[in-house]
Design a protein around this ligand. Structure first.
Ligand code: BES
Ligand code: ZN
Length: 638
């Protein structure tokens, strides 16, 4: 094993936000390739962005780097606060560096101490998106500091739910969601994905509840209101996660299981029973799973995402428990992050596509290995259509994989680009060099950069040394630059084969021409994928008669599949199809997953009447919505 350090060129040029790094040292260990320090001149369409600089953290890891956290928190459900302290271990790049800067957001800092003695600290100016830097003056030779604090009841990364907002209605619930920049709202820390820490934690809860974390969870731990955790692998802060509730555990396989409220436990374990098989095929193709167990946690419906890849314990929306495993690609996705994201991590939010694009590519491959080529082809077409829709709708700059996020809140820039465009880029590489060769490349990539945080430029330099050198006649550097630094989809990019849906296209066309009545269409064999493809490709304008014919034949308004319901409700709003509005209302007030509700709010907000309807639903739902969902949608109703 060879050890080397790659110095990324950094200037803290006129930046809009913070600039966390003076020089960013991205350490890579590799057996296969060597990257030398002269190879840092990776050009970039917008050369003023300093590669490796985290514009979304105030912290200064190049001066002092935190390496371990020891958390000690109690959850107070009455005041909606986490209270306690965190002890941070750190190393200094120079012994004279004595100011540690941490990120905070809405935290009440009670004291900062070293070995029990208070040390000076000061909170800097608050930034609306990034929070408030905490400057700590350290005594000489100290390598540990303790911050006593409590969180705000409005912490952006914590949602406190009342019993009424849970499935069981008896007990309260709490969950955190740290990605991208919300860990700082519940722990003062260096909230940058290029800082990796190990952690341990003691969490106190009301005795009837169970706490789980993105760490070692013991399914047999006594339920006594005090729980201990360790995370021995170094992880970035956005993967620190906690949930507390009336949770029970059910094993699904040797290394996999599910935590859920009792009412959902059986259905979740059944729905996701293939998780162990997913884990096995992924290991076989991309190398060993590095995180010991892989469990799922089913959250209440207000969880703002589909899933979140918290290590060892992915957090999952209950909206994918469809009864027929039709939406389990989400599990494959969160599992895949154990390789792309949790093992090899994006160094800054600009590099998010390294997490999400690789993960989306892996997801398709896992789905193909577990469920076959037919399912893969259908999901690839649907994903490609999502990408095309975004490319049509987004501004040019937002279609770039290595996106410029300076001055922007990463929460506001969520799209299919890092996901589907990133995956398509990797699929092109696969097609050009062959599947086996590309699999071998990825396996080596996960090994070479294991437990490292890397930039887009590091990845390009790695491609230079590996695939571009090995396959000079098949790959082309300019083409790779175009994928990463230009808008849109490059000409001649791979297009998923769509013959899987030819029958659906023909059926839809026949129905639109009036050649066949809705009730005579044979949909027996249609899965969710056929339905989504059928609905998503209808013309925007449809008559009430047409919509009623579809609804009467297929009970779409009553669909229990949340994705089908979403597509149908979008059509209903676009055409003001009123028979679906009662369902629309209950959908909006019972689901907080932003991807499902935001397009509906956006569409409703286009008419005066629609906006009034949206406002009514939003106002009712708001107490149950997560802060992220509130923020993403309040603009549509006000
Ligand atoms: N890590 C993401 C969620 C995320 C991304 C949170 C960026 C904050 C900032 C997670 O893995 C994800 O991609 N979830 C998707 C799943 C889908 C693509 C299968 C979601 O929630 O919709
Ligand atoms: Zn993801």
């Amino acid at each position: 094993m060879k050890n080397y350090t790659w110095l990324v060129a950094v200037m803290c040029a006129p930046v809009l936000f913070a600039c966390s790094e003076q020089t960013s040292e991205i350490n890579a260990e590799s057996s296969a390739v060597q990257i030398d320090a002269t190879n840092t001149e990776v050009t970039d369409a917008s050369s003023r962005i300093a590669s490796g600089v985290d514009y979304h953290s105030f912290s200064n890891p190049s001066d002092i780097k935190v390496t371990h956290l020891s958390l000690n928190l109690s959850a107070d459900f009455d005041s909606k606060q986490l209270k306690g302290d965190v002890t941070l271990d750190f190393t200094r790049s120079k012994p004279t560096n004595n100011t540690l800067v941490l990120d905070t957001r809405g935290l009440d800092i009670a004291s900062v101490s070293v070995d029990g003695a208070n040390v000076p600290f000061r909170l800097g100016e608050r930034d609306i998106d990034l929070g408030t830097p905490l400057h700590i003056t350290l005594p000489e030779a100290a390598n540990q500091v303790t911050v006593a604090y409590s969180t705000s009841p409005e912490a952006s990364g914590v949602q406190w739910l009342t019993p009424a907002q849970t499935a069981g209605k008896q007990h309260p619930f709490l969950f955190t969601q740290a990605q991208a920049v919300h860990a700082r709202s519940f722990i003062p820390l260096q909230d940058s994905p290029q800082v990796r820490v190990t952690y341990d934690a003691t969490i106190k809860t009301p005795p009837s509840l169970l706490a789980v974390m993105s760490a070692s969870n013991d399914p047999n731990t006594p339920r006594d209101g005090e729980y201990s955790f360790t995370m021995p692998q170094p992880i970035p802060s956005y993967l620190i996660a906690l949930a507390i509730g009336d949770l029970q555990f059910k094993a699904m396989g040797a290394r996999t299981g599910v935590y859920a409220e009792p009412a959902l436990l059986e259905s979740a374990a059944k729905e996701f029973e293939d998780t162990e098989a997913m884990l096995e095929v992924t290991e076989k193709t991309y190398g060993p799973y590095q995180w010991d167990r892989y469990d799922l946690l089913i959250l209440p419906p207000s969880f703002p995402f589909g899933g979140m890849e918290n290590p060892r314990l992915s957090f999952i929306t209950p909206t994918v428990i469809a009864g027929d495993k039709s939406l389990v690609s989400l599990i494959a996705h969160e599992l895949a992050h154990s390789w792309s994201g949790n093992t090899v991590t994006n160094a800054t939010w600009r590099d998010l596509w390294l997490n999400e694009g690789f993960t989306t590519y892996l997801t398709y491959r896992i789905m193909e290995m577990v469920y076959g080529n037919d399912r893969f082809k259908k999901e690839a077409v649907l994903g490609y259509q999502d990408l095309q829709n975004d490319v049509a709708a987004l501004e040019d700059n937002d279609e770039i994989l290595a996106i410029d996020l300076r001055g922007r809140n990463p929460d506001d820039v969520f799209s299919n680009i890092p996901y589907e465009k990133g995956a398509l880029f990797l699929r092109e590489l696969e097609h050009r060099i062959g599947r086996d060769n590309f699999d071998a490349f990825l396996m080596q990539y996960f090994k070479d950069f294991a437990f490292k945080s890397i930039t887009t430029d590091t990845f390009i330099a790695y491609l230079d040394k590996t695939l571009l050198a090995q396959y000079p006649n098949k790959l082309d550097r300019m083409r790779i630059q175009a994928w990463i630094f230009q808008s849109g989809i490059p000409k001649d990019a791979p297009v998923p084969e769509s013959n899987a849906f030819d029958i659906i296209d023909n059926t839809r066309a026949a129905w639109l021409r009036g050649d066949v009545m809705a009730k005579d269409i044979d949909t027996q064999a249609w899965t969710v994928h056929e339905w989504l493809y059928f609905l998503n490709n209808l013309p925007v304008a449809l008559s009430d008669v047409q919509l009623a014919a579809l609804d009467n034949a297929f009970a779409l308004t009553a669909s229990k599949n949340n994705e089908i319901a979403h597509s149908w409700l979008m059509i209903a709003v676009q055409n003001e199809y009123k028979p679906a509005y009662e369902r629309l209302y209950s959908y909006l007030v019972s689901i907080g997953r932003n991807k499902l509700v935001k397009p509906l709010y956006r569409e409703l907000s286009k008419t005066k009447e629609g906006k009034a309807f949206a406002k009514k639903a939003f106002d009712e739902a708001k107490p149950s919505y997560h802060p992220l969902t509130v923020r993403a949608n309040e603009g549509f109703v006000n």
